[in-house]
Design a protein around this ligand. Structure first.
Ligand code: HEM
Length: 448
């Protein structure tokens, strides 16, 4: 048990357990009954075939969630009718504010342009891009939520990003304080507390922004998510509560920042580790889009090798390797074995991406696996970066547009090289919380 709780790479530790104990592993960590579900077939059976019994979050079981959300829970952690209503509402609102439309594409392009300027300014200097990508991805979700972006140097913005990073770093079901809640009282300075504080700070900030737009609110001109909140306040008998919507705003802000930026960091790491793949991507981009035209989402249909590379990066890095915990509200039968109700389910998405029954030589980085014999891009059923079933990530379309436009623009404009010829570039990640992050590395953005 200590090896799980103190681990720097939880998904890897859990993979070792799969090798030892098989594709369904039960654990009792302190007070928590947990089942780890591995491989495409099992994860699909649990999240899709039994989605009606497993689409729930363990908010009544996890100490961390009980502390954070004594009342309503927003979107990520809610259950039942609250979740159905807020999820439907959010999907519609995301569309209203441009997701899947040209307006959001233009906002992404603007952020891409500013990030390119920042990279250009670095010259040939080795750079740590982990602090740059979150600024750009966060600004896109900021446009949807606040209707405006932040300057990259804005201290308030950097504070907000620091809180999001802390939350992602320390929020995990298997943290000691969730397994033994008494420890939360004994040691008030524990890491879970930092995650809780990080989340509270983000919510505090959103509350101040709501107050700042209140005086310019006009029900006939809804400009952004904060206006949706204010509109909601005026409908006391609506199905969606103010509190739930308020927490959802924070959910979107948090979920929409680090996930996409960590994926972009991995894509950079793979491009400097595999310069031949980088070259093939660039050749296709220059052939189809050229040197000067700004890429658009529609280009995806004509750059199959680039699309295959992006999918392969997402498969092999699996930035949310243990997804977000689910819970069974009824007994679930998987291959003759029972997952008892009230068991926390951890779907091991990384194991789905390494499943040898689905992927040929899964440990290898090989974009070609997403191409057919004629070089066309093919979607693969086993691809699960955004999870599967009723809780499938609602930000998938937005994230995919961002990944495409950032990645293509960077490869179009810069040659990417290692910070130093001797850098080893380890490809194993660090996962102490939700995301699997690359180990720190330096990269040079050399203008072409
Ligand atoms: C590459 C980027 C992203 C990845 C890999 C990713 C992955 C995931 C995963 C694995 C889940 C858990 C699904 C489950 O419980 O089974 C999730 C949930 C979620 N994601 Fe994303 N995500 C990404 C980007 C985004 C963005 C940009 C947004 C914001 C618009 C977002 C918003 C959410 C929300 C709100 C949930 C909770 C949904 C629910 O509980 O119903 N994600 N995501």
């Amino acid at each position: 048990m200590p090896s799980i709780i103190g681990t720097k790479n939880a998904s890897e530790t859990f993979l070792q357990m799969q090798k030892k104990y098989g594709d369904l592993v039960y654990l009792k960590l302190g007070i928590l009954p947990i089942v780890l579900v591995y491989g495409y077939k099992n994860v699909h059976q649990v999240l899709v075939d039994n989605g009606n019994k497993t689409k729930f979050r363990p908010r009544h079981i996890l100490h961390f969630l009980k502390t954070l959300f004594p009342g309503k829970t927003g979107l990520i952690h809610s259950n039942g009718q609250e979740w159905v209503d807020i999820r439907r509402f959010t999907m519609v609102a995301l569309k209203d504010f441009g997701v899947g439309k040209q307006s959001i594409e233009e906002k992404i392009q603007d952020e891409v342009g500013l990030l390119m300027e920042l990279f250009s300014k670095q010259g040939k200097k080795p750079t740590d891009c982990s602090k740059m990508f979150p600024k750009a991805t966060s600004n896109i979700i900021s446009s949807i939520i606040f209707g405006s972006r932040f300057d990259f140097d804005d201290p308030e913005f950097n504070n907000l990003l620091g809180n999001i990073a802390t939350l992602f770093k320390y929020a995990a079901a298997f943290r000691l304080e969730n397994c033994f809640p008494i420890l939360d009282k004994v040691n008030p300075f524990n890491k879970s507390k930092l995650a809780v504080e990080g989340r509270r700070e983000i919510q505090k900030y959103i509350a101040t922004r709501i107050e700042s737009v209140r005086c310019s609110f006009d029900a006939n001109n809804i400009r952004h998510f904060l206006d949706v909140y204010l509109e909601q306040e005026e409908k006391p008998d609506s199905k969606i509560s103010d509190e739930s919507l308020f927490i959802t705003i924070a959910d979107l802000y948090i979920a929409g920042t680090d996930t996409t930026s960590v994926t972009l960091q991995w894509s950079m790491l793979y491009m400097i580790k595999y310069p031949d793949v980088q070259k093939k991507c660039r050749n296709q981009i220059l052939e189809v889009i050229g040197e000067d035209r700004q890429p658009v989402v529609k280009d995806k249909d004509n750059i199959p090798y680039v699309m295959a590379t992006l999918q392969e990066v997402q498969r092999i890095s699996t930035i949310a390797p243990l997804s977000v915990p689910h819970v069974a509200i009824e007994d679930v039968e998987i291959d003759g074995k029972i997952i008892p109700r009230d068991t926390i389910i951890i779907p091991h998405l990384m194991s789905v991406h390494l499943d040898p029954t689905v992927w040929d030589k899964p440990e290898e980085f090989r974009p070609e696996r997403f191409l057919d014999k004629d070089g066309h891009f093919v979607k693969k059923e086993g691809f699960s970066a955004f999870s599967m079933g009723p809780r499938l990530c609602p930000g998938k379309q937005l994230a995919e547009s961002e990944l495409l436009l950032f990645f293509v623009s960077i490869i179009q404009r810069f040659n990417l090289t290692k910070g130093d010829d001797n850098d080893q570039l380890p490809m194993t990640g660090i996962q102490t919380g939700t995301t699997n992050q690359p180990q720190p590395f330096k990269i040079c953005f050399i203008p072409r």
